[in-house]
Design a protein around this ligand. Structure first.
Ligand SMILES: Cc1cc2ncn([C@H]3O[C@H](COP(=O)(O)O)[C@@H](O)[C@H]3O)c2cc1C
Ligand SMILES: O=C(O)c1cccnc1
Length: 376
């Protein structure tokens, strides 16, 4: 299934991009006056293979959650149980991501791909294990995109990764299962009518494997790729850098083998996010990236399928240094830069109106000709 998804990912459509550039030249504004929005709308036309591309009106943020064996090394000041507790908060609508999702009109899907402690809630919906049609009935599929009702999907591959300083975080099969879960979530949300997917993450300790993945895929030194995550002190930060360095020295991950990299130094939510990105790219639906976890997953997705980058839009520049390294490697410019360092999908949600605005221009703005405005 992963192989067929990768095979379906194709380059952007040159004719649609040329049409979008030509249309921009005729709209009632000085050429280039919409800055980065112009090239973004051109790329989205290329992705859709149409000019104008569809307005990404129905948005869905998928928050993949997992726990991390490396937490035992003291890389985060927060207890592991916070992962499960925050999921309950997402489902109750009380997290920052919920506030921003309500503002953006985006649906929230939380996917447990590897949470280690019980989630203090009931009523999870299993994803179809065969990976075929959604297990949800047609009435249910409308609810999938209901911004008012956060949803939990139970797709737990294993209760947290192993400690990557001791052994591989995951087996290759587990990494593949998590990636394929991400692909299935993308398919399910797109089948339900989502026109754009947004990445989200929750997993205490997950900035450590994100840094390891970014170092592995970019070749950056662990000290450059590692950040302070939830705000660790100097001693914890140094331990974190040492942990990332030790993991890379132990496993020597091969960046041309993304499944191997995800298995040895990654995490379940990182792998599933890579799958979500690949799934969106295969369906030619844009995927709006959040912060450093998404950046590390995007590098894995690009290693699986270089053309997947065409579907990626970098929502924001996280304050985590690894996020900047990832975006540089992917040659993506962030739409907004507000010093956020939260995750959950918060930065992607704030960037959503920018993406919609870029596309709306191609749909709604008059041409010089139609509006009777003189050209210079
Ligand atoms: C209350 C709370 C809410 C969060 N929402 C996102 N994260 C973010 O912080 C965690 C990663 O940082 P580190 O690697 O330093 O543990 C992830 O769960 C990420 O989603 C949160 C963290 C906390 C504590
Ligand atoms: O910017 C992020 O993505 C981030 C930063 C800290 C903790 N979790 C996520």
């Amino acid at each position: 299934m992963l192989e067929s998804t990768i095979a379906a990912i194709r380059p952007l459509d040159d004719a649609a991009m040329a049409a979008a550039r030509e249309l921009h030249g005729r709209l009632t504004k000085p050429a280039g006056s919409l800055g980065a929005l112009e090239e973004l709308s051109v790329r989205l036309a290329g992705l859709a293979g149409a000019c104008p591309p569809p307005l990404p009106e129905r948005a869905a943020v998928a928050i993949f959650a997992g726990d991390h064996g490396v937490h035992a090394q003291g890389v985060s000041p927060w207890p592991q149980e916070v992962t499960a507790q925050m999921i309950a908060n997402f489902l109750a609508g009380g997290a920052v991501v919920n506030a921003f999702a309500r503002q953006a009109g985006a649906a929230v899907t939380v996917v447990d791909v590897g949470v280690a402690t019980p989630i203090p809630t009931a009523g999870t919906e299993p994803l179809d294990p065969a990976g075929g049609a959604s297990v949800l009935d047609p009435a249910g599929s409308a609810r999938l995109l209901d911004p008012a009702v956060p949803r939990l999907v139970d797709a737990n591959v294993r209760p947290g990764t192993a400690d990557l300083t001791v052994t591989a975080a995951l087996t290759r099969d587990e990494a593949r299962a998590a990636v394929e879960t991400g692909v299935r979530v993308a398919d399910e949300l797109i089948d339900a009518g989502a026109g754009i997917l947004l990445t989200g993450d929750m997993g205490i300790g997950n900035t450590t494997p994100a840094a390891a993945l970014i170092a592995a895929f970019t070749g950056a030194d662990p000290a450059a790729a590692t950040g302070r995550g939830t705000g660790v002190d100097d001693a914890t930060y140094q331990r974190k850098v040492d942990v990332v360095r030790a993991a890379l020295e132990r496993h020597r991950p091969d960046p041309t083998d993304p499944l191997g990299v995800l298995a040895t130094v990654g995490g379940l939510e990182h792998a599933a996010l890579a799958g979500l990105i690949l799934g969106a790219a295969a369906r030619r639906v844009p995927v709006l990236l959040d912060g450093v976890i998404a950046g590390s997953a995007a590098l894995a997705a690009a290693a699986f399928a270089p053309d997947a980058v065409g579907a990626m839009v970098a929502g924001h520049r996280s304050a985590e240094p690894g996020a900047t390294l990832a975006l540089r490697k992917l040659a993506l410019d962030a739409l907004i830069d507000l010093g956020l360092r939260l995750g959950e999908g918060t930065g992607a949600l704030l960037a959503l109106p920018v993406v919609t605005g870029a596309v709306r221009v191609l749909h709604e703005v008059a041409t010089f000709d139609s509006a009777g405005v003189a050209e210079k």
